[in-house]
Design a protein around this ligand. Structure first.
Ligand code: 6R9
Length: 658
């Protein structure tokens, strides 16, 4: 057996197996007109706090801060003493500066032809009315408001109304169950829930209100439920319910946005991580808006006058909070919001939307990109997508092959792809290429953004040399960082600040290539230990996806008497590929050839679907249960709970070829 390549003679915390030589320089015209150039890295390196002060100056402050950063590790306060109103920054100032007629959101409902357009003036009126309505319901500064809604304009309006009055919103993704909603309402002690009768999904109305009723029946602290009528389906009503169209529509559209402290809470967003009770990640106003707005300006090179920007995430996730609502609106962008799924009424829906609105910047997730690969190249080829100029990816490591497919079939080989690494906890993008600066490598998040100090360290917390792998760590506080876990400072300390002295530990594995560029390698909980080598799931999955017959892959380590753990792979084939009897052998050899024999999977299972969270991340924990022939663990956070049955059915055909 050949040992994998390592940087030196020391064993590596994480092996570095994948070699990638392709790279794509920024288009010359884009680079020449880019919002941010190489100089930003030098400026931030010379004086990090001065760099973030300049970023904060892009916002409108009612009172300038006294202290840029107060750092009592691990508790940070940014722009201390400063006052601003987030909703004023996202809405009013654009109207006051003469941009009231500019479109803030083109909203596209799932049913064909169901559209709405909101200018910044429209948004100001709607947010003001909603803020007045919240006040009438007795909601005031510091109160918590749970929001459980479909992707309709009232969702950002409700969030901005909370921000305007200083109430703390807690958006709960509309696909969560009554018990998940209840536990989040309880944890934050919310007094108001904002919801809708339902939304449209896969061509049908999908009810939300019954779930809210079930949750709220056990939440006596909830005083009111404010309900938007979206589908018009019958809903049960009770004494707590208030219709949005009754209450909000009769409010005055005048509302004065009072300034709030830079460290006043803006929102709580629950993230479940891999195990245990969901964590209420707390974000505050000044630093959060500074970094979401600056990164949106820098990473997407947003030109608010001409760009039409579309982030396909659900607003229920952090990507939607930061890059559909706060960042784009703070920058005065024109965005598209789409309510439904990519295959309704047909598999070209996304590309039809790109063509219709002449989208210039598209931000989506690897899970979606791999699905489009699986559906076939001919679908996007039918649409005119020549308006696109920048493509983004977020949520999981993007396999080099998926990156190249995205660049070619969506971006027409002219658009830079920015692979953006960040988390609910980081609030905004941390590691990413800049589209006018970076010669990007497919699959690499490249460098920490200016003002961010991140590194790859070994298990002792020492920086690994170029070519080495280990743990991602952030060495210095950043403006949009989480401030704590709601109501649980100790868990905040234990989860993020105890693994390495003085450093933030995100829980992700990473490597530095020979040039010092960063590659994210998946959650450290998923790393496989094969014959004494720590092998990342990402590298083996990327090797599988680089085979022309494979669209998606997930790998896990299963206990093995010989090697400690052995690699078990689950693959989905591309639309055109046939499942042949020798496919497993073909794929195993392909991985061995690409990464070395150490990474050769013991088993390959061809499956129709993979288990994913509702935000599209692969749940390897459940696949480990299958691979080790255990009964399957908690499936409540799965997007589709029937998937595990489909996969288990495949198991008897699994053969070990060695
Ligand atoms: C924004 C978001 C965070 C976790 C993160 C990491 C994974 C996100 C990634 C990526 C590799 C990227 N992740 N972006 N991994 N490359 N570009 O997704 O937030 O839902 O909190 O998930 O997602 O594992 O730690 P969140």
């Amino acid at each position: 057996m050949v040992a994998p390549e390592t940087a030196g003679n020391e064993p590596q915390a994480l092996s570095n197996l994948l070699k990638e030589n392709r790279r794509f320089a920024p288009p010359a015209d884009l680079a020449a007109a880019a919002n941010v150039t190489e100089a930003a890295y030098n400026e931030a390196a010379a004086d990090r706090l001065a760099f973030w002060e300049r970023a904060a100056e892009r916002l409108t402050w009612a009172k300038r801060w006294d202290t840029t950063l107060e750092w009592k590790a691990p508790f940070a306060k940014w722009f201390v003493g400063g006052e601003l109103n987030v909703a004023y920054n996202c809405v009013d100032r654009h109207v006051e500066e003469g941009r009231g007629d500019k479109v803030a959101y083109h909203w596209e409902g799932e049913p064909d032809g169901d559209t709405r357009t909101l200018t910044y003036s429209d948004l100001k009126r709607e947010v003001s009315k909603a803020a007045n309505a919240l006040a009438e319901l007795g909601v005031s500064k510091g109160d918590r408001v749970a929001i459980y809604m479909p992707m309709i304009p009232e969702l950002p309006i409700a969030m901005l109304a909370c921000a305007r009055i200083g109430a703390i919103h807690s958006v709960v993704f509309g696909g969560f169950s009554a018990s998940a909603l209840k536990s989040r309402i309880d944890d934050a002690d919310a007094k108001l829930v904002i919801t809708a009768d339902g939304g449209y999904r896969r061509g049908k109305p999908s009810a939300l209100k019954p779930t809210v009723d079930e949750a709220v029946a056990e939440c006596p602290q909830v005083e009111h439920v404010l309900v938007v009528r979206r589908t018009g389906e019958d809903v049960a009503t009770n004494g707590k319910d208030v219709w949005w169209h009754d209450l909000v529509e009769r409010q005055s559209d005048q509302h004065t946005a009072e300034p709030h402290g830079a460290e006043d809470p803006l929102y709580i967003l629950y993230t479940s991580g891999t195990t245990g009770k969901p964590k209420g990640i707390l974000h505050t106003t000044g630093g959060y808006l500074t970094q979401t707005a600056w990164t949106h300006h820098a990473v997407f090179d947003l030109k608010p006058e001409t760009d039409i920007y579309w982030c396909t995430a659900d607003i229920g996730w952090v990507t939607g909070h930061s890059y559909i609502v706060y960042g784009p609106l703070a920058n005065g962008a024109t965005s598209v919001i789409y309510e439904g799924t990519p295959d309704t009424p047909h598999r070209g829906r996304f590309w039809e939307i790109v063509q219709k609105y002449k989208i210039t910047i598209l931000y989506t997730a690897p899970t979606a990109i791999r699905t489009f690969m699986k559906w076939g190249d001919d679908i996007p080829a039918k649409y005119d997508m020549s308006s696109l100029r920048i493509l983004g990816s977020v949520g999981e490591p993007i396999n080099p092959e998926a990156y190249v497919w995205y660049r070619e079939h969506i971006g027409g080989e002219r658009c830079p792809v920015v692979d953006t690494w960040w988390q609910t906890e980081t609030g905004a993008i941390m590691i990413s290429p800049l589209p006018g600066v970076t010669a990007a490598k497919p699959g690499a998040a490249m460098r920490p953004l200016p003002g961010i100090v991140a590194d790859v360290v070994d298990d002792q917390g020492n920086a690994v040399p170029n070519g080495g792998g280990g743990f991602l760590a952030v060495r210095e506080p950043w403006p949009s960082m989480l401030r704590t876990i709601w109501g649980d400072d100790q868990r905040y300390i234990d989860t993020y600040w105890s693994r390495f002295e003085g450093m933030y530990f995100p829980g992700d594995g990473a490597k530095k290539d020979e040039d010092g560029d960063l590659w994210l390698l998946g959650r450290v909980d998923d790393v496989m230990l094969v014959s004494g080598h720590n092998i990342s799931t990402t590298e083996v999955e990327s090797a599988l996806v680089s085979h022309p017959k494979v669209a998606e892959a997930a790998v896990v380590g299963a206990t093995d008497p010989l090697t400690g753990q052995a690699i078990v792979s689950f693959v989905i084939l591309r639309g055109t590929a046939e499942e042949s009897p020798d496919i497993a052998a073909e794929l195993r050899d392909h991985v061995a050839k690409t990464l070395g024999p150490i990474a050769k999977p013991r088993q390959i299972l061809v499956v129709p679907e993979l288990p994913k969270t509702r935000s599209g991340k692969i749940m390897r924990r459940l696949l480990r249960d299958v691979a080790e022939n255990r009964s399957i663990g908690d499936v409540t956070t799965l997007a589709d709970s029937t998937v595990m049955n489909l996969i288990s059915e495949k198991l008897p055909s699994a053969k070990s070829e060695d």
